[in-house]
Design a protein around this ligand. Structure first.
Ligand code: G3P
Ligand code: CA
Length: 264
């Protein structure tokens, strides 16, 4: 079903903490989510994938190698794909020490834990389904998990409570069919010719910041969608994008973005 029509109401630019406030704490951990809340992010972005036993966990890469001590704990299990490990196994891993010894013992969170932390905060969630085509049934699992949390799935015209995004546009279209009241976004940059079709199921277009020209922002808005480019940490680029009329910016440094938004 179509999700909206006409123009959208202007709102203050959204500050979106990328993988949590991941300049300050290990990405995609509860510590990084809490830093995002602390830094007053409107939305905290995390990456969601599925374990061997069908549990939803928060990790960026499709393997556990870069951000955990899996190679030490399970030396015979290379290449350490998330899809090859159970949740019980993943929960034995340390997802904090690679970033800084102060975060030793920080676990890989489940989606449910992230929802629980954010539900008791003033920040919403930008949930990225990472490579969903690898994970049969993941759309239904995400929809079932979200439906367990009535607060999360209430209709949200401001797009500050929950948005589900993915580089896999077919997944987003499917999820929109499962949970039509939940706002969704496509990652990447549809061509100007593709925007009308994308707008039949998506509320947002979230491209790499280099694609976000003033003309592109205007075209996304003409199709009734919002746009939140990723991933921008330096104030000068933030200012350029704000002047082009973006609706939000995805950043590892939400404190820097807040300062830039309020500098004029
Ligand atoms: O939210 C957008 C951004 O997270 C997409 O890139 O690789 O950091 O997941 P990536
Ligand atoms: Ca992401």
């Amino acid at each position: 079903p179509a999700v909206h029509a006409g123009t959208i109401a202007p709102a203050e630019v959204a500050t979106i903490a990328h993988r949590g406030a991941s300049a300050y704490a290990p990405e995609n951990t509860l510590a990084a989510v809490r830093w995002g809340v602390e830094m007053k992010a409107d939305l905290v972005e995390v990456d969601v994938q599925q374990t061997k036993d069908g549990q939803l966990v928060v990790v960026h890469d499709t393997t556990l190698a870069r951000t955990t001590d899996v190679a030490q704990k399970f030396p015979d299990r290379a290449p350490w794909r998330i899809a090859d490990f159970t949740l019980v196994e993943i929960r034995t891993l340390d997802a904090g020490s690679w970033f800084d010894p102060r975060f030793a013992g920080e676990p890989v969170p489940t989606l449910a834990e992230v929802l629980d932390v954010l539900e008791r905060s003033r920040s919403g969630l930008l949930l990225e389904a990472k490579e969903p085509a690898r994970y049969p049934g993941v759309a239904e699992r995400i929809a079932d998990e979200l439906a367990r949390w009535p607060w999360w799935v209430q209709p949200d015209p401001a797009e500050r409570r929950l948005v589900v995004q993915s580089f896999d546009w077919a997944f987003i279209r499917h999820l929109h069919g499962l949970l039509p009241q939940v706002r969704v976004g496509v990652l990447g940059a549809p061509t100007l010719d593709q925007l009308a079709e994308v707008a039949t199921y998506s509320n947002q277009v979230n491209p790499h910041f280099s694609a976000t020209t003033a003309e592109y922002v205007a075209a996304v808005h003409r199709h009734g969608m919002r746009t939140n480019p990723y991933t921008v940490d330096d104030p000068a680029t933030m200012r350029t994008l704000l002047d082009r009329g973006v609706d939000g910016i995805i950043t590892n440094r939400p404190d820097v973005l807040h300062a830039e938004i309020h500098s004029t």
